[in-house]
Design a protein around this ligand. Structure first.
Ligand SMILES: [Zn+2]
Ligand SMILES: [Zn+2]
Length: 443
């Protein structure tokens, strides 16, 4: 059996089961679940991979699945990831009416592609030919949403971190992974196409609560402290920082008000704001975060309100491993007639960035969808492109990595120098998570 024969056999096995994979994508799409609540997704994936003959562990980080092949040989471990969770987008026509959740980031496609790879390799009996092992991981909670719910899980001791991959790193679930790979869907026009070697921003999350003093808004506003004015000034103060952000840091700050007051005839005394501070480098993120905190403190101080700022470790900037990108490019090319875009820069954030600081990671974007991610227009345009194309391109890449006693894989692992050790990474998360309280002199 040559490497090309093996790839061909795997691709044929994936094609032969395309209806199974499409049905899986559809089942997940019609059961959208938010992070750390993906019970249907976990069960569905666990059952499918168990039936395929893998050794399966489920609910690895509240939810989530790891499946390992029983016929693996010694050598490096490549983990293929798919994210389980949906995003909140209540305006999407397919959003769950209760929760507003919908797969408008295409994570159901990642899972279907991942199961496609597992199925293809298993049916083609590839594992005994590969010089290492493969994990298939359905990972929880990539979208940074439902902060109150996650705070509760943390309080109950069920999680340490809000992001799924952060939590899995903490739990040691990536300790034996040498290389990780996954895709994200993106609107790239009709037919197979891919964006390769893209970088992305990291972010620090902020939960902000302005505390003022209630008073009758008509009769005695002079006796109150208006927390909404503190928030409004904060917005302007943040805008005044923007000219100081360096182009190369790609800073984005985008606050929203999540509570603007209670009733109209009372001076607002409890006003809440959330923001992300995004940047391309850890230093850039931290520098901008400090400026935003200053802007918040000044807004509160101007009206004499108090404010609590909770800084949350969001995700780390997405990094690339050029050797993996090159390998993926070679494997994607036969399917997409050179519709390959190299080296894009995303201002959005992915928790694959966290993992990419520790081990070599591959995170291309592949097409088959239309509309922007996280919006009401996002839809799957072509299932073959959205599911089968990434399944085959990643499967081909994986075979290249582990073929010939994992010669290529070992070279990439040896040549990789991590930006952070796991200990340094966890220390960074801990340092970032801080609550600051500033007391207003009018209270
Ligand atoms: Zn997303
Ligand atoms: Zn996503």
């Amino acid at each position: 059996m040559t490497r090309d024969q093996m790839k061909k056999a795997v691709f044929e096995a994936i094609d032969a089961e395309k209806e199974t994979l499409f049905a899986l994508g559809e089942a997940l799409y019609t059961h959208p679940e938010l992070g750390y609540r993906e019970h249907f997704g976990t069960q569905t994936v666990a059952q499918l991979l168990t039936e395929l003959g893998f050794q399966v562990e489920q609910n690895i980080a509240v939810t989530g699945v790891i499946a390992r092949s029983l016929t693996s040989r010694p050598g490096p471990t490549v983990s293929v990831l798919g994210e389980l969770d949906a995003i909140v987008c209540p305006d999407h026509p397919d959003a769950d009416p209760q929760t507003g959740a919908v797969h408008a980031c295409g994570h159901h496609l990642q899972i279907a592609a991942m199961v496609g790879i597992a199925l293809g390799l298993q049916r083609a009996n590839a594992f005994p030919f590969l010089g290492g092992s493969v994990n298939f991981m359905a990972v929880p909670a990539e979208e940074f949403v439902e902060m109150d719910f996650r705070a509760r899980l943390k309080k109950e001791g069920k999680i340490t971190w809000y992001g799924g991959k952060q939590e899995m790193i903490q739990k040691g679930l990536f300790d034996t992974t040498d290389i990780a790979m996954m895709i994200h869907a993106l609107d790239l026009g009709p037919g197979p196409a891919a964006v390769i070697g893209a970088t992305g921003n990291g972010f620090i999350g902020k939960e902000i609560r302005f505390i003022g003093k209630e008073a009758h808004a008509g009769a005695a506003p002079h006796e109150g402290v208006n927390a909404l004015n503190a928030a409004m000034l904060t917005m302007n103060n943040i805008h005044a920082q923007r000219e100081t952000f360096q182009d190369e840091d790609h800073i984005r700050v985008h606050p929203i008000l999540t509570k603007g007051g209670d009733i109209v005839n009372v001076v607002p005394a409890d006003v809440r704001m959330e923001s992300h501070v995004r940047g391309r480098t850890l230093h850039g993120m931290q520098d901008a975060s400090k400026k935003v905190d200053r802007a918040i403190a000044a807004g509160a101080m101007a009206v004499g309100a108090s404010v609590t700022i909770e800084n949350l470790p969001g995700y780390l900037p997405l990094l690339t491993t050029p050797e993996l990108d090159t390998l993926f490019k070679e494997n994607a090319r036969p399917f997409c007639e050179n519709r390959l875009i190299e080296g894009a820069e995303f201002a959005g954030s992915f928790d694959m960035g966290d993992l990419a600081h520790l081990i070599p990671c591959l995170h291309p974007f592949t097409g088959g969808v239309s509309g922007n991610i996280h919006t009401r227009n996002f839809t799957v345009a072509d299932k073959e492109t959205a599911i089968l194309f990434p399944a085959k391109a990643l499967a081909g890449t994986l075979i290249d990595l582990l073929w010939d006693d994992a010669k290529k894989g070992k070279t990439i692992i040896e040549g990789f120098s991590p930006r952070l050790t796991k200990t340094q990474y966890l220390a960074f998360l801990e340092r970032t998570w801080e609550t600051r309280k500033i007391h207003g002199d009018a209270l």
